[in-house]
Design a protein around this ligand. Structure first.
Ligand SMILES: Cc1ncc(COP(=O)(O)O)c(C=O)c1O
Length: 441
């Protein structure tokens, strides 16, 4: 039986976690801090559970410098439902916040007590103005935009950019911002993107310039960071909402984290108001477990939070805080960049053998997607990948305990996921395999 140290696992998620975290968690599952009970066996409302929650928030706010008090305060929420649950919930939340802003404006202009006129005014504005903007740069933002259309109707969804149109029908580029067709920010309820596209290996190199400086009156800036969470510095204040599933950089499947501007939660509309608009806005009311204002009001404990799963994430966050000290998440960013550079350098050096799928300018540091070319002396059609050679690559990698390198079933090829817990040693072993395979196969 191999030890954890002998295996290098590059799967895209669920993904490896630091061994000390797994060991401490395993102990906590059986007997948490010598209490004679495991952490999954106690109430999510107990002082112990509350401490785990407080520790998670404290470590995350330290790493990302999240303001928790004051005018620009943010809430950190832990919920269930995965990344998929959150991209659905973000639609309903942002539409609700937009509707409430419009309701307040209508009340201010029409006066109190004009309920029917207010509903009529907002209904008209929804039909004429409401838009949700999606930057579709890979499989996850595509799914999120499709979910928005399913929930509230495709007439409200504006795909501001579909990267496939600039790349022969495939993901792998991010068109220049000047080519994005964003709605008027006052009409937009949200501007959504997936910061790192796990399937396609595409990562936004930085926060989009055209979305900087958005105010309370503008569409909410929402980013899915499921697969690059706590892997680089961000300015939280640029975003209305950030979310991510835990099972890549943060912990194990079963919880998601949401960082949301507090002032937005105060804009959550009354369900009775939304019900009057159901003819133009079907499904605008979220299930209560996805209602961010309710979850925030109850300190993430509205219903049963899986505290063990949260504990694993807490240990991961605390270990980042203690490892990188004053560099905070910037320390992890340096390490992630170093590992990714080593792997990309090897792929580029042996470009007769390997082809990196996405464009160089937007290569993901987290999910490194590549194909293997046919040998120069083969009769293969130009532009085709050598799937037999790819199988050989994977099989020979597995013999060296380099696991989880197969690409997503929808795109094929190889994908080396370079998440936070993938060690520098594992990255170096992969580089050695890339070099050897190119030289000998
Ligand atoms: C970027 C991204 N968003 C969303 C999801 C969906 O997450 P979940 O399976 O937790 O719903 C994934 C899953 O891999 C992902 O990589």
């Amino acid at each position: 039986m191999p030890s954890r140290e002998e295996i290098s696992y590059f799967g895209a998620g669920p993904a490896p976690l630091p061994t000390p975290v797994i060991e401490q968690s395993a102990e906590a599952l059986v007997n948490f801090e010598n209490t004679g009970l495991g952490l999954s066996e106690i109430s999510h409302r107990s002082p112990t559970a509350n401490k785990v929650l407080a520790d998670a928030k404290s470590a995350l706010s330290t790493l990302y410098d999240i303001p928790l008090e004051g005018d620009d305060a943010y809430e950190i929420l832990f919920m269930q439902g995965g990344g998929t649950g959150e991209f659905s919930a973000s639609v309903q939340a942002c539409v609700g916040w937009w509707v409430e802003r419009r309701r307040r404006r209508a009340v201010a202009e029409l006066g109190e007590g004009k309920d029917a006129e207010v509903v009529e005014r907002v209904r008209k504005e929804i039909k004429e103005e409401l838009k949700l903007d999606y930057l579709v740069t890979g499989s996850w933002s595509l799914k999120a935009s499709q979910e928005a259309a399913r929930l509230i109707g495709s007439n409200y969804v504006n795909v501001a950019v579909d990267a496939r149109k600039s790349n022969n029908g495939k993901f792998g580029v991010i068109p220049a911002e000047s080519e994005w067709n964003l709605s008027d920010s006052k009409k937009s309820a949200m501007s959504y993107w997936c910061d790192n596209e796990t399937v396609d290996g595409v990562e936004f190199p930085k926060f989009p310039d055209c979305l900087k400086g958005r105010t309370e009156d503008d569409g909410v800036v929402v980013a899915d960071m499921s697969s690059n969470f706590v892997s680089r510095k961000i300015n939280v204040r640029d975003y209305g909402m950030i979310f991510g599933g835990a099972q890549k950089n943060l912990g194990i499947a079963g919880i998601t984290v949401i960082i949301v501007r507090k002032s937005l939660l105060a804009l959550t509309p009354a369900p009775t108001f939304l019900q009057q608009l159901s003819d133009v806005l079907p499904s605008a009311i979220p299930p209560v477990v996805f209602d961010f204002a309710t979850i925030a009001k109850n300190n993430s404990l509205y219903n049963t939070l899986p505290i063990f799963n949260l504990y694993v994430a807490t240990l991961v966050l605390q270990s980042l805080v203690s490892t990188f000290a004053e560099k905070k998440v910037g320390g992890q960013e340096e390490l992630a960049n170093r590992k990714a550079s080593l792997i990309y350098e090897a792929l580029d050096q042996y470009s007769d053998t390997y082809h990196v799928v996405p464009d160089k300018s937007i290569r993901s540091r987290m999910n490194i997607c590549f194909r293997i070319k046919p040998k120069a002396d083969s009769n293969a059609e130009p532009g085709k990948w050598d799937e037999a050679r790819e199988k050989e690559f994977l099989a020979s990698a597995e013999k060296k305990n380099l696991m989880g390198l197969k690409g997503h079933r929808s795109v094929g090829g190889m994908r080396a996921s370079n998440y936070n817990a993938v060690s520098l040693t594992s990255a170096e072993k992969l580089v050695a395999h890339l070099v050897e395979f190119a030289a000998t196969s």
